[in-house]
Each structure stands twice: as structure tokens, then as C-alpha cells.
Design a protein around this ligand. Structure first.
Ligand code: GLN
Length: 484
């Protein structure tokens, strides 16, 4: 085949051609390398690539495996043995991961080639990738705008066709929101579906790894490979891993979709609302029944999240002290001065803000008023979802209240940035699964900006969630459009 078209293939199609020997894994890596060289300077999705290793892996690839010979780009927060893992933070400058995360080991066992480190907000804290210490990633649809975050590099690389698929993480929306802003598919699996072993922890009770892809079918394939019990992560569930891709029948007749009334609020961009409402109508035509539901504690989700997530982050980030790896301050006097200066120099402003907030909400005297109270409200939020899923198979709503915003638009106002996740955060607090897929475009300043449709499903019901997403995708063509 003409390798000019190669970067535009889905994982599924790429794999088919590799198996049919129409292509070799080496040609795939070479073509992708050329594409990255040509396109990435305008986007800055990649922090680094190890193409020599990727070529060696390609030469050894077994194309009969489920993802044999397929290169996959990785967010800079997931450990790949021998590659840098810096979380886009100065504090981890020079750190190289000594082992593979479980999700990476499983991708490798399925024949995939993990290569390339993708930009992100430092330690996954942010919604725009502007908090990266390595410079922002730009949105391929309009390079004056952000790609979303924190997995901005993961979304932008798939949108720019400099990656066939990528991995990101979602603690409060960091897969779904950038997927929406870049016009690709982003899947946040249920908490406990994919092992977190080898993922640098931000908020351990919320973090999940998931795929970015061009299609729902590709997401299903990656999910199937990475899911399942892992003795290294006691929060993974010992539940069977279905053949997700095989279950994509296209038929959703009789399924019930819930329209959460709290997710259609004032302040949502009219073009986003119109596109999501049109998607709801489309589902009616496909035979789904739409019912209005209520998730009454939604309004507390952002507040609860910024207590729980910062509390966990303040504990998780205590390990970065410069003693064994990463950045070390010079000219210090004594241990405390060394810790203080190392951390002051190594962490960026948003990470420091979160550590201070998290330490505060856990401190004696405030712990009960903030942290404990937030945990109680979290239980109510989880119960909202459980109640809703008694009557509906999935929820349908916008992923983000607005399309991609301008670089710098919210950097001086952390609260405005935090509100970007208003529709994604509750799902993490509840542990349920969610996906964002393209459902239209907003016209802003003469540019087309992608709009994301969010579907949320009960814990461990990714099969149903993907089936619902796939039925929409297969009867629309939003996912086939790509930035010029
Ligand atoms: N934007 C949210 C935050 O800043 C969510 C980030 C994430 O999911 N990692 O915390």
C-alpha cells in the first residue's frame, strides 16, 4: 500500500494489513517517525521518542498477536522500562523507569510497541496541558487553542495522526475532556478495571488508565488487552474480561439512556448543547429510549473532588524529595533545607497549590470539616449513579461545557480551569466508566472545533457502554473528520 495513507488507519485496519503482510511493522514505525518529524513541531504532543528501540521491537514483532506490530504512544505518567517517566515535571528530570507498568506489560504481551512519551499537565493536574513544565501542547484543530488536559499530548497525537492510539489517565476527566476537545475517542474505564501498577499516582482512589483512539472499536481492543486482575494492584477486580470488540453489534434497540438534568445547565456553550441534543435525537432514531434522570448531588462534585484529590496528591507527592532520583537542589544546608529547596525548585505552581490545599484539608482541626465531609458527600454522589443505573443502561451528556479554549485563557484563574471538569469529575468520584466520542463541531473564529459526547455507564459495564458508543459512531461520520 501507499504509506502516505498509513497514519490515517485505525488500529484495527493497521493490524489487518500487517497480518495480510501488506505492510511490515518496520514500515509502520518508519512512516510514523516521518509523520512525527513533519507534524509534531507544530503541536508538541511528544516529549521524546525512542525510535531505535521501536524499530528493534518492530523487527521482532509477531503480527499474529492481537496488537502485533502496532506502535502506541504513552502519557508521561506511565512507566515503560528504559524510557523517561517525568510526569512533565522538573522534579523527575533525568528519571528513567526501571520497569513496565502492568498495562504496558500487557500491551507488549499482545504485540504492541510502546514508544514515545506524551506531554501532559505536570503530575496530571490541569485541564489544558499548559501546566507542563516542558511547554504547552497545541490543539491540532486550532493551534491558538489548548488540546485539553491533563492528557493533552495523548489526545493531540491521535487527532494529528502522529499516533495510531495512545494511553492517558483520567482522575477527574483527563481522558474524556481532551478527547472531546481534540475530536477523538477517549475511554475512562471503571475504577479497578485496569491496573494502576506502574502509573505515577496523583489521586489513588480516582486514577484510571485508558486509551485514546480514532474509533470505539479500537478503544474496545485496547481495553480488552489491558484489563483484568493484577496482584500488584489490590484495587483491580477479579471479574472476567469480555471480548469487548466482538460485542460491538451496532444494535441498541430497547436500551434506555438517561439524560441527567443537572448536566444541561446555563453556561454551557449553545453549540455544544445543540450538538449533544442532536446526538440524543439520533439515539432515539436508533431505537434507544431516552428518559430524564436526576443526579441531585452533581453540584458538589467539583468541590468534593478538589478536597479528595488534593488530599491524596499531598500524600502521594511526598515521595519526591530529590534523595534517590530526579532533581536535587544544590548548595543546601541540612536535610530540611535540602527537601524544601528541591521541592520548591522541582514542582510547578499548580502542583504546589494542590499540595498545600491537600495538606490543609488533612490537617488536624480541618480534617473533619473538609476531608471527612467530602468523603460523605462522595458516597452520596456514588449513590446518585447507582440509583440512576437502576433505571437506565447509560447516561448521555456533554463531555465539556465548551469547545477548546484559547491558550492562556484560564491560566490566571484556577477556579475557571477547575470548572472545565464539571461534567467529568463525578464519574471518577463514583468509579463508573465513561467515554467521550466526537458528535459535531462548533464554528468559532472561522475554525471548526470538535465537540464531545459523553456516555457514562455502570461500573464494569464497559461492554454495554462501548456498544452504545459504537452504534452512534457507525451511523455518523464525525469521527472520520480530521484537522487540516
Ligand atoms: N482537570 C482535573 C484536575 O486538574 C482532572 C485531571 C485528571 O483527570 N488527571 O485535577
Amino acid at each position: 500500500m501507499d504509506t502516505a495513507d498509513l497514519p490515517f488507519l485505525t488500529v484495527t485496519e493497521l493490524q489487518r494489513r500487517l497480518r495480510a503482510r501488506e505492510l511490515t511493522p518496520r514500515e509502520v514505525v518508519d512512516t510514523l517517525a516521518a509523520r512525527i518529524e513533519a507534524v509534531d513541531p507544530a503541536i508538541h504532543a511528544y516529549l521524546s521518542t525512542d525510535l531505535d528501540q521501536a524499530r528493534r521491537d518492530a523487527d521482532a514483532a509477531d503480527v499474529s498477536l492481537p496488537l502485533g506490530g502496532v506502535p502506541i504512544a504513552i502519557k508521561d505518567v506511565i512507566s515503560v522500562a528504559g524510557q523517561p517517566c517525568g510526569c512533565a515535571s522538573h522534579i523527575l528530570d533525568g528519571y528513567v523507569a526501571p520497569y513496565d507498568a502492568t498495562c504496558i506489560a500487557r500491551l507488549r504481551a499482545a504485540g504492541a510497541i510502546p514508544f514515545g512519551r506524551l506531554n501532559m499537565d505536570e503530575f496530571a493536574m490541569g485541564s489544558s496541558t499548559e501546566n507542563s513544565s516542558k511547554g504547552a501542547t497545541l490543539n491540532p484543530w486550532d493551534t491558538t487553542r489548548v488540546p485539553g488536559g491533563s492528557s493533552g499530548g495523548s489526545a493531540a497525537s491521535v487527532a494529528a495522526r502522529t499516533a495510531f492510539a495512545s494511553l492517558g489517565t483520567d482522575t477527574g476527566g483527563s481522558i474524556r475532556q481532551p478527547a472531546a476537545l481534540c475530536g477523538v475517542v477517549g475511554l475512562k474505564p471503571s475504577y479497578g478495571r485496569i491496573s494502576r501498577y506502574g502509573l505515577v499516582a496523583f489521586a489513588s482512589s480516582l486514577d484510571q488508565v485508558g486509551p485514546f483512539t480514532k474509533t470505539v472499536e479500537d478503544a474496545a481492543r485496547l481495553l480488552g488487552v489491558m484489563s483484568g486482575l493484577d496482584p500488584h494492584d489490590s484495587t483491580t477486580l477479579d471479574a472476567p474480561v469480555p471480548d469487548y470488540a466482538a460485542l460491538l453489534t451496532g444494535d441498541i434497540k430497547g436500551l434506555k439512556l438517561g439524560l441527567p438534568k443537572e448536566y444541561f445547565i446555563s453556561g454551557i456553550d449553545p453549540q455544544v448543547e445543540a450538538a449533544v441534543r442532536a446526538a440524543v435525537d439520533h439515539y432515539t432514531k436508533l431505537g434507544a429510549e431516552i428518559v430524564e434522570v436526576s443526579l441531585p448531588h452533581t453540584e458538589y462534585a467539583v468541590a468534593v473532588y478538589y478536597i479528595v484529590a488534593t488530599a491524596e496528591a499531598s500524600a502521594n507527592l511526598a515521595r519526591f524529595d530529590g534523595v534517590r532520583y530526579g532533581h536535587r537542589a544544590r548548595d543546601t544546608s541540612g536535610l530540611l533545607d535540602f527537601y524544601g529547596k528541591t521541592r520548591a525548585e522541582g514542582f510547578g505552581p499548580e502542583v504546589k497549590r494542590r499540595i498545600i490545599l491537600g495538606t490543609y484539608v488533612l490537617s488536624s482541626g480541618y480534617h473533619d470539616a473538609y476531608y471527612l465531609q467530602a468523603q460523605k458527600v462522595r458516597t452520596l454522589i456514588r449513590k446518585d449513579f447507582e440509583d440512576a443505573f437502576q433505571t437506565v443502561d447509560a447516561l448521555i451528556c456533554p463531555t465539556s461545557p465548551v469547545p477548546a479554549f484559547k491558550l492562556g485563557e484560564h491560566t490566571q484563574n484556577p477556579l475557571a480551569m477547575y470548572l472545565q471538569d464539571i461534567f467529568t469529575i463525578a464519574a471518577n468520584l463514583a468509579g463508573v466508566c465513561g467515554v467521550s466520542l466526537p458528535c459535531g463541531f462548533a464554528q468559532v473564529d472561522g475554525k471548526d472545533l470538535p465537540i464531545g459526547l459523553q456516555l457514562l455507564g455502570p461500573s464494569f459495564d464497559e461492554a454495554r457502554l462501548l456498544q452504545i458508543a459504537h452504534a452512534y459512531e457507525q451511523t455518523t461520520d464525525w469521527h472520520t473528520r480530521r484537522p487540516s
